[in-house]
Design a protein around this ligand. Structure first.
Ligand code: AMP
Length: 214
């Protein structure tokens, strides 16, 4: 199964992909996570990417496509994978179709998590991420505003550098202008499933799992 977890920034794509990946034993490929790791490790990709991420802009396609190809080229064909954060514009969507065709594969399902802008902004401004294990938490659920200790691994909970009010506004603008058209591409193939994101993560996860078990 090749699935895309789709939706605006802050809607919970990473959380839902991680839950699904664990429950179904499917590889989770998050382009945002790969880029943040590259920045942490100061690789060439990381150095080139950080200014775009901090401004809430998309990284140029030529950097992203090679990165995704590297992530999927060695996967075994058995279980498939979940894409989170990719594709994010029409050019990437076409690149993905071509890449998958070389493995005689195609996207099977697109899970579109729907949430209002007001709720998105509230969630992103309260989001804290562990700098060691990547666990995501929220100030409304116990994480403190500045820094805190991750209860899973003892790492430090931090605010993402692109979770500022200014970057969020830009990320939403980019989402509506460049990323949302991707959905039409997949709607034309009747593989989009819309999910109400304005609920607890367990309820959302149960709905997504049900789609996979159909
Ligand atoms: P995310 O963690 O998915 O919200 O991604 C964080 C940031 O990484 C985005 O705001 C972009 O700057 C960059 N990024 C992630 N995935 C892509 C992509 N497919 N194309 C371009 N930029 C991306």
């Amino acid at each position: 199964m090749i699935a895309i977890i789709f939706g605006p920034p802050g809607v919970g794509k990473g959380t839902q992909s991680a839950l699904l990946s664990e429950k179904l034993n499917i590889l989770h490929i998050s382009t945002g996570d790969i880029l943040r790791k590259a920045i942490q490790n100061k690789t060439e990709l990381g150095i080139k990417s950080s200014k775009y991420i901090n401004a809430g802009e998309l990284i140029p396609d030529e950097l992203i496509t090679g990165m995704v190809f590297d992530a999927i080229k060695n996967i075994s064909s058995d279980n498939g994978f979940i894409l989170d954060g990719y594709p994010r514009n029409i050019a990437q969507t076409e690149d993905l179709d071509k890449m998958l065709l070389t493995f005689s594969k195609k996207v099977d399902v697109v899970i579109n998590i729907v949430l209002s802008d007001d709720e998105i902004i509230k969630r992103i401004l309260g989001r804290r991420v562990c700098d060691l294990c990547g666990r995501v938490t929220h100030v409304d659920y116990g994480a403190q505003m500045d820094s805190d200790v991750c209860e899973v691994c003892g790492g430090e909970l931090k605010t993402r550098t692109d979770d500022t009010a200014e970057a969020i506004r830009n990320r939403l603008k980019v989402y509506y202008s460049q990323t949302l058209p991707v959905l039409d591409h997949y709607r034309a193939r009747s593989i989009v499933m819309d999910i109400d994101g304005n609920r607890g993560k367990e309820n959302i996860s149960a709905d997504i799992l049900a789609i996979f078990k159909e």
